[in-house]
Design a protein around this ligand. Structure first.
Ligand SMILES: Nc1ncnc2c1ncn2[C@@H]1O[C@H](COP(=O)(O)OP(=O)(O)OP(=O)(O)O)[C@@H](O)[C@H]1O
Ligand SMILES: [Mg+2]
Length: 225
């Protein structure tokens, strides 16, 4: 069974009387260990698709299976549980919590998983290991505003990985960064992928997409490879 399986996924947004169909029957399979880039023009539905893949949102119709769970039948609580266990998110704007230190930011997702006591100690150990892995162990007590954009995004990657998700989703992770810093971020994602993580990246930038081993295009609500 693939990690993600989509069959005829549709997404319709309703605003008042107006209905707009953004995804018009997506069929997509992502195997464990893949590195996939999703490309398409602005407004084509890349974020919409990512949010469904990551269970931040649900499809209007169609079948979606993530990590052997039929997502369309899950309640909101079950959705947030599957999201917490299986998915790590990285966003264009980093979304770090400004009043927390780097280490506390990396640990945030572990609070929702109910880590306590000894489990919290092991989560902390893992957070420190991740900070080492991305070269920020010396910054663990810094606040986000004391970091560069590239450093903030590295912290966001560590945070996305702390619950050891199967799937790492990054929506325009380099959109705010210069090209050199962007390559550094993509090198980190490649490294995570080589270590076995499944990675999906949304990007406008063909150079960024080249890091992936498979490129998917969204156009007119459908995907092309
Ligand atoms: N919550 C919502 N309600 C109504 N329409 C929405 C909603 N979210 C997205 N849309 C519409 O769906 C379309 C696709 O949006 P989406 O954010 O998925 O595009 P995108 O490909 O990620 O674009 P960008 O490259 O600019 O980030 C847009 O036309 C947008 O207006
Ligand atoms: Mg988007």
């Amino acid at each position: 069974m693939p990690l993600c399986l989509m069959e005829n996924i549709r997404k319709i947004y309703r605003i008042g009387d107006i209905q707009v169909e953004i995804l018009k029957g997506i069929n997509l399979t992502i195997e464990r260990g893949e590195f996939v880039a999703i490309m398409g023009t602005s407004g084509s539905g890349k974020t919409t698709l990512m949010n469904i893949i990551g269970c931040l949102d649900t499809a209007s119709s169609g079948r979606y299976v993530l990590a052997d769970r039929e997502v369309s039948t899950l309640t909101d609580d079950e959705l947030s549980q599957i999201r917490n266990e299986h998915v790590g998110f990285v966003f264009q704007n980093f979304y770090l919590f400004p009043y927390a230190t780097v280490l506390e930011n990396v640990l945030l997702p572990t609070l929702y998983t109910g880590y306590a006591g000894a489990r919290q100690d092991s989560a902390k150990k893992r957070a420190i290991e991740l900070l080492k892995l991305i070269g920020l162990e010396g910054r663990s007590r810094f606040r986000p505003n004391q970091l560069s954009g590239g450093e903030q995004q590295r912290v966001a990657i560590a945070r996305a990985l702390v619950n050891e998700p199967d799937l790492l989703l990054a929506d325009e992770p380099t959109g705010q960064l210069d090209s050199k810093t962007a390559s550094e971020i993509m090198d980190i994602l490649s490294r995570m992928n080589k270590q076995g993580k499944t990675v999906v990246v949304v990007t406008h930038d063909p150079h960024i997409a080249e890091y992936a081993r498979r490129i998917i295009y969204i156009k007119d609500g459908l995907i092309f490879e």
